[in-house]
Unconditional design. Structure first.
Length: 373
């Protein structure tokens, strides 16, 4: 049994001081007041491990380039150093066959015990061409019956898909949701009415709010307006100060709160790597003033890690440390439906933890009670 006594403890619901967390069998067995005599004393803030629902790559590799267990192991190791204890491997729109390969790779990685691999996020190819961003136009398509059969075949892990309502209708969305798939709306120019129909059919999230969707207008709210107005839908936000203006981000935070806003990194291969450039579908991508851009200046994913997103939430959104941490742990866990065992430091939950220093930088990470960073 392991006992940890941090300077401060964030449980997912509140802050505690002078507390001891006891871990056995990879689970938290007790959160007790007071510093136990046998506890390992930790300097810093102990919090639930971060959950990132949009990770394209890290450690110099991109999931799209090689959807394999080996690739996922490299990505997982890169993000563990930033406090991520669970991530959704994200595949962007690609050639036919990549979706099936990605599903197999994630399943095999989980069976192999690759620590940190949580599930799969398919960001396309069922997206809107006018709002495709760096997604290659030749791979975009409507959701067909074979796609629907594959996606509803009951994965053994969390499966999330980002779709555009103009490419995937309410009946298909309902079928996906009935099969346990988390449906998020993004890369879309759909009308407000189409977005609301998608939400009514069971879509429950919005992928990187503001990005790859038309701006909010008073008489044409679109996806952004529908996202902000919905009391039920979650919204992902790339909080690097570049993808979304801080004022727009603050407005969204005021509307959604920490219970419905999810910090995502949209991280690419450069995160956790010494390289500042990469290739995406044969196009050179490089880090320019903190952002990943193509040669023409188009944003291509993000050069952001999750502890940095948490720090930005405090700085740019004026969120409390607890709110910032919740948006990186409990809120994404709740969106994915796994909050009964992740996202909190509470009895019975997995011992997935991150220790943060006074600058909110990750200094140690545990997965199932084992220190992995």
């Amino acid at each position: 049994m392991l006992a940890l006594a941090p300077t401060r403890l964030f449980t997912g619901d509140g802050m505690l001081e002078n507390a001891t967390v006891r871990i056995d069998g990879g689970r938290i067995v007790e959160v007790a007041h007071g510093v136990a005599a046998d506890a390992v004393k930790l300097k810093g803030l102990l919090a639930p491990g971060f959950i990132d629902i949009q990770v394209n790559g890290g450690g110099g590799v991109l999931f799209n380039d090689a959807p394999t267990v080996a690739t996922l192991a490299i990505i997982a190791a890169a993000h563990r150093q930033f406090g991520v204890t669970g991530f959704m491997a994200t595949l962007i729109s690609d050639e036919p066959g990549k979706v099936e390969a990605a599903i197999k790779a994630v399943g095999d990685a989980i069976v192999a015990g690759v620590e940190g691999v949580l599930g799969l996020h398919l960001e396309g190819p069922w997206l809107s061409a006018p709002r495709r961003g760096v997604h290659p136009a030749e791979f975009l398509r409507e959701l067909g019956q074979e796609d629907l059969r594959l996606l509803t075949s009951k994965c053994s892990f969390p499966l999330m898909v980002t779709v555009a309502p103009e490419q995937v209708g309410p009946d298909s969305i309902r079928a996906l949701v009935d099969a346990g798939v988390r449906v998020s709306l993004g890369h879309t120019a759909a009308s407000t009415e189409m977005v609301e129909a998608a939400l009514a059919a069971g879509a429950s999230g919005f992928t990187h709010l503001f990005n790859a969707m038309p701006p909010l207008e008073g008489r044409n709210p679109g996806a952004v307006g529908a996202a902000l107005a919905s009391r039920k839908a979650w919204t992902g936000l790339i909080l690097d100060g570049i993808h979304v203006h801080p004022v727009s981000a603050k407005a969204a935070f005021a509307a959604k709160t920490a219970d419905k806003m999810i910090l995502v990194t949209d991280a690419m291969a450069t995160v956790g790597s010494e390289t500042a450039s990469m290739s995406l579908f044969g196009e050179a991508i490089s880090v320019q003033d903190g952002a990943l851009r193509t040669g023409t200046g188009t944003l291509a994913g993000a050069h952001l890690e999750m502890s940095g997103a948490v720090r930005n939430a405090v700085k740019l959104l004026e969120a409390s440390p607890g709110e910032a941490l919740r948006m990186a742990s409990l809120t994404p866990a709740t969106f994915l439906g796994i909050d009964s065992e992740r996202g909190r430091i509470a009895q019975g939950h997995r011992a997935d933890l991150v220790l943060l220093d006074d600058d909110m930088r990750a200094s140690a990470t545990w997965i199932s009670g084992r220190q992995v960073h």
